[in-house]
Design a protein around this ligand. Structure first.
Ligand code: WTA
Length: 637
């Protein structure tokens, strides 16, 4: 498969960028011609940031699975679409060709139909990293159902919150998931979530770990049994349902600065085009390349660069079940050598954690199939960048640092491998179609170079967030109302003397812990649910491996004799309410919090204390009780 829209030189990048700014509609319409449509659009773009409404390819009809699968069958039918590497290297890997994927997606689409799923219905997917996860997503898309994948690290309570928001009546899950030397009982978590979600009618359970599970008559079905029923017919074909370009493809929950996660909604056509366009250009994908993205499909990175972007391009996606240090810290390098991986896309936190093992795990590893390296999810520190470059890329592989968000659907600021320059710690330049501005607190543009500000985007791109599920006003106020007529990213950013962008981190109350987005308000809500807690405040602090760690200041009714035990109980509560990823690294018990006279917590002060910058707390005289600052400083962990 060739990609007419693949940028091959720096000149072509500049031309593409210029055209995307001068004639955005012509630019994207031309790219859209490379995709398969059931009906073409009659207008390319309609957008109004003030009401948070954007539509692309109006009135066009398509099915994304035809673009991800059917159209490849003639030329690429026998090519691997997905290579699956299990948690334990003793278990065999699996190769799923495009022909195989076609059969599996059709079969599972029929299973969904047999269980009453129709176009527009929501289906929640809570599975480990097994090939049946993308199969389930694509099967939903095939019949026009909207999938919402829930990350396997979330607790029953978080699952229930998401189910209630989507009102999904069908769930696809696994008995359990393998993760390093652990076995996680996914079905049990679902059972616990469903106590509060009586509207769920059907749970389809794939066998993965053989952990004992309860199967409730009339509600729970085995994946294998449902497939066997479908296979009684020899060739199952489910006609790909024509959906509107703007029909939602999926909902993916992410954290914001308020306590409740938001369901980010992406529309089918725009998301598809931006996913494929960015995939092919950023990684400079060529037929035969093996793309290994280590993200979990429960996050946007997995949606776009394990599933949709790669498959739309007819590429080969390596899907990996385990964790980088199981059975040992050579795991990723072994996988690369075993499957001749050409592109490795991972998070800085993974690089840092592998760096900590030294060079021993790299002994005897060839890594000579690698051509391109990538990072995503958080700013990369220079030390990790150089380690990655020297030890993994052997100085020969360009490193793309891709900045983007759940809400942007695909990568927005990044270098293009081997085409535009890289600079350690910098995401560098915007993708074609992406128009950036830096603004001050009042929303005034900060022009010129060597300046910092809040990062905003002024023009719509195809995979822009369409709404937050069930609550459009929240989408408008969160992203489009902070600065007039702009999309606000929530990130701070520096533009250097050459116009290269460097993301400096969130400027709102969102943390980035090991590349996972977590809202401080969410963690506070969870801590406050613990019996005896009066109030809490959560801030981030620099953490060597995780990028950011979570620091919680907690006021208790009475401090127990055994503070350590109380701390563990609080962690247990957070695990139960959100999931283990949101557990604070540090819990400091305090008798009060620094508040303004109007009762607002001065997080700036708490952040400085957590960071250990005790001498630069600024003016504390306006506080309700300035003495509390001394107490907190003295008790700092
Ligand atoms: C951060 C992940 C610096 C940023 C795709 C953003 C980054 C948030 C980078 C979105 C990067 C992502 N450099 N920071 N290359 N990529 N971020 O929604 O703060 O899970 O706002 O999407 O991660 O996280 P999300």
């Amino acid at each position: 498969m060739s990609y007419p829209y693949q940028i091959k030189t720096y000149e072509e990048y500049k031309d593409a960028y210029r055209k995307s700014v001068d004639q955005p509609e012509e630019f994207w319409a031309e790219i859209a011609e490379s995709f398969q449509w059931k009906e073409k659009w009659n207008k390319v773009l309609e957008s109004d940031f003030r009401t948070a409404n954007t539509k692309w390819f109006l009135n066009a009809k398509l099915n994304i699975t035809e673009n991800c699968i059917d159209r490849h069958l003639y030329n690429l039918g026998d090519q691997p679409a997905i290579i699956w590497e299990p948690n334990n290297p003793k278990e065999k890997s699996r190769t799923i060709t495009y022909n195989d994927l076609y059969v599996k997606v059709n079969e599972f689409a029929q299973v969904l139909i047999n269980n009453g799923v129709k176009k527009g219905d929501r289906v929640c997917i809570y599975m480990g990293m097994v090939p049946e996860l993308p199969v389930a997503m694509l099967a939903c898309a095939r019949i026009g159902a909207i999938h919402s994948v829930i990350f396997g690290g979330f607790s029953a309570q978080s699952i229930a919150d998401r189910l209630q928001d989507t009102q999904a009546e069908l769930i696809v899950t696994c008995d359990g998931a393998f993760r390093g030397n652990k076995e996680i009982g996914l079905k049990t978590l679902i059972d616990n979530a469903l106590v509060a979600c009586k509207f769920v009618k059907t749970v389809i359970v794939l066998t993965r770990t053989h952990i004992p599970v309860s199967m409730i008559k009339g509600r729970d079905l085995w994946w294998e049994d449902e497939i066997a029923k479908v296979q009684e017919n020899e060739h199952t074909f489910v006609a790909p349902v024509a959906v509107d370009a703007e029909d939602p493809l999926f909902i993916l929950y992410t954290s914001g600065s308020t306590g409740k996660p938001k369901g980010v909604v992406h529309a089918t056509a725009g998301y598809m085009i931006f996913a494929a366009y960015t995939f092919v250009n950023i990684f400079q994908y060529k037929q035969g390349d093996v793309h290994f993205c280590t993200a979990d499909i429960g996050w946007i990175t997995g949606h776009t660069y394990i599933v949709y972007g790669v498959l739309c391009a007819g590429g080969t996606s390596l899907l990996y079940e385990g964790i980088p240090n199981f059975p040992d810290a050579s795991r990723l390098w072994d996988i690369i050598d075993k499957h001749n991986v050409t592109i490795l896309y991972t998070a800085p936190t993974t690089i840092r954690s592998l760096m900590a093992f030294g060079l021993e795990p790299l002994k005897g590893k060839k890594l000579n199939s690698l051509k391109v390296l990538g990072t995503v999810g958080e700013p990369i520190n220079e030390e990790a960048w150089h380690w990655y470059n020297e030890n993994i890329g052997k100085g020969k592989c360009p490193i793309v640092d891709t900045w983007w968000q759940t809400e942007t659907g695909g990568a927005m600021i990044t270098n293009l491998a081997g085409i535009t320059s890289s600079k350690p710690g910098y995401a560098t330049l915007p993708m074609p179609g992406v128009q950036l501005v830096l603004v001050d607190e009042q929303g005034k543009e900060i022009e010129g170079n060597d300046v910092s500000g809040n990062l905003c985007i002024t023009q719509p791109w195809p995979s822009i967030i369409r709404t937050t599920y069930n609550d459009h006003e929240r989408c408008r106020t969160n992203y489009f109302a902070i600065y007039d007529n702009m999309y606000f990213t929530g990130d701070g950013c520096y533009r250097d003397e050459n116009g290269f962008y460097r993301i400096t981190g969130r400027v709102d109350d969102v943390l980035n812990v090991s590349g996972h987005r977590i809202g401080t308000a969410e963690v506070e809500n969870a801590i406050n649910m613990h019996s005896g807690v009066i109030e809490s405040a959560v801030v981030g602090y620099p953490h060597e491996l995780k990028g950011q760690g979570i620091y919680a200041y907690v006021i208790m009714e009475h401090i127990h004799d055994n503070k350590h035990e109380t701390k563990l109980d609080i962690l247990q509560t957070v695990t139960r309410i959100i999931g283990p990823i949101a557990k604070p690294d540090k819990v400091q018990f305090v008798t009060g919090l620094p508040k303004t006279r109007s009762g607002k917590i001065m997080r700036r002060i708490l952040r400085k204390i957590a960071e250990g910058e005790l001498n630069s707390l600024g003016d504390t005289s306006t506080l309700l009780d300035p003495a509390i600052v001394e107490e907190i400083k003295n008790g700092r962990l």
